[in-house]
Design a protein around this ligand. Structure first.
Ligand SMILES: Cc1ncc(COP(=O)(O)O)c(C=O)c1O
Length: 410
């Protein structure tokens, strides 16, 4: 992969603000989109815009074929054998909520336990809080080590006969930690619990294989993996999905309807009520083609190199604290950090003067921030289009910002 070559595919990365290029280091929030994805949206709207699953005319058939073709691409991308297991949602958040509402309300009751970790994004915490409160269930949390990894020593006492569901992020959006989902899934299955993994941060960066991962449900979002916003995926084990009631009712999710009742459609359409986000699903297909064209192993290797370089450069900055595992093989392509006596929001604002885009805040992880005893962090996150020069720009901009704050302090 020639990253300098590949940059030409991303129109936004050609943009200059005040005569300076954009250094985009916020791909964990949302990734940039290559021309090929943007073109797929234009092609659909200009060439075959029609609703899916209903029209017998040519462009309707083309739209249906393109939309359903992406389902197959998603299944292939994550190693799923069955397109019936691939449900399109609005985002990873909705995918997790689908499980919480549909599976959760059917299977979780008084006194049952749901096991999570303190590093979960609010999207993989709040839906379970709602479920637990409604059903009288209890939330339990796997302990964490000081380096931001999970402490699996006590797994047997956390996941017990009372556990109904375990839901753990595959990759932390704050610490970068890659969690051993297979090991946790095995512990969940040993007590008959269901395993969910939030792959919002891992699907864009790792070669996913849902069979090897061992999770029963996997959720992720298109917009973090070069695709458009407004599309998420829930992968689910067919037997579980078959037994679950629908999440949302309406058109497309039914086979037959009477005045007082309805018969549900087959999988996966049972869970896709109403007109889906056709254009953006098609755009997502173009994103998967793009990633496949490069190869996820290559993407991962590039990110390891960039992250390694970033860790090295940032270690040289006096007063800078980094969070998360030290070993790059165990972490994704992002670095959260703080600088002594500087609020991350102020830091991010100063970096913006150099067009260096980083995220500052709690990253939708209030409990983790509390545990880390910080109110917020700055976060630089990388993707296949980031170069060592981007990391240099970040480090230089941080040093400039630190000088400004040193002057203010005097
Ligand atoms: C780990 C993790 N889970 C879930 C989400 C939610 O993704 P979305 O907002 O696309 O639903 C995010 C988004 O930042 C995330 O980082």
């Amino acid at each position: 992969m020639n990253v300098y070559h590949l940059l030409n595919d991303f129109p936004i990365l050609q943009r200059e603000i005040n005569g300076k290029r954009i250094v985009y280091l916020d791909s964990a929030a949302t990734s940039q989109k290559p021309r090929q994805v943007i073109q797929a949206l234009v092609d659909y709207y200009e060439g075959y815009n029609a609703n899916v699953h209903r029209a017998v005319y040519k462009i309707g058939e083309e739209a249906t074929q393109a939309y359903e073709g992406v389902r197959q691409k998603v299944a292939d991308f994550i190693g799923a054998k069955d397109t019936g297991s691939i449900i399109f949602t609005r985002n990873a958040t909705e995918a997790i909520n689908l499980v919480a509402y549909s599976w959760g309300r059917e299977n979780v009751g008084e006194g049952d336990e749901i096991v999570l970790t303190p590093m979960e994004h609010h999207s993989n915490l709040v839906p379970w809080q709602l479920l637990a409160a409604e059903r009288g269930a209890t939330l339990k949390f796997i302990e964490m080590n000081a380096d931001g990894t999970l402490d699996l020593g006590g797994l047997d006492s956390t996941i017990t006969e009372r556990t109904k569901l375990v839901s753990v992020t595959h990759m932390s959006n704050v610490l970068g930690t890659i969690n051993p989902i297979r090991q946790i899934a095995d512990a969940a299955h040993a007590v008959g619990a269901v395993m969910v993994t939030d792959a919002a941060q891992s699907a864009p960066h790792l070669a996913l294989d849902v069979e090897a991962l061992g999770a029963d449900f996997v959720a992720f979002s298109s917009h973090k993996m070069l695709g458009p916003t407004g599309v998420g995926v829930l992968y689910g084990r067919r037997d579980l999905l078959e037994a679950m009631p629908p999440f949302i009712g309406g058109g497309d999710m039914i086979k037959q309807v009477w005045l007082d009742r309805a018969k549900w459609n087959d999988l996966p359409w049972k869970f896709e009520a109403g007109t889906p986000n056709i254009a953006d699903v098609i755009g997502f297909g173009a994103a998967l083609d793009y990633l496949n064209g490069i190869g996820m192993e290559v993407v991962r290797r590039h990110e390891i190199e960039i992250t390694e370089y970033a860790l090295r450069k940032l270690r040289e900055v006096e007063g800078l604290t980094m969070y998360g595992p030290a070993n790059v093989e165990n972490r994704g392509g992002l670095v959260s950090f703080n600088i002594e006596d500087v609020h991350p929001h102020d830091l991010a604002t100063l970096l913006d003067r150099d067009n260096v885009c980083v995220r500052a805040g709690h990253h939708c992880c209030h409990p983790l921030m509390r545990m880390m005893e910080v109110s917020a962090t700055a976060r630089a996150s990388f993707y296949l289009y980031n170069t060592p020069e981007d990391v240099d720009a970040l480090a230089e901009s941080i040093l400039r910002a630190r000088e400004v704050f040193a002057r203010v302090a005097v």
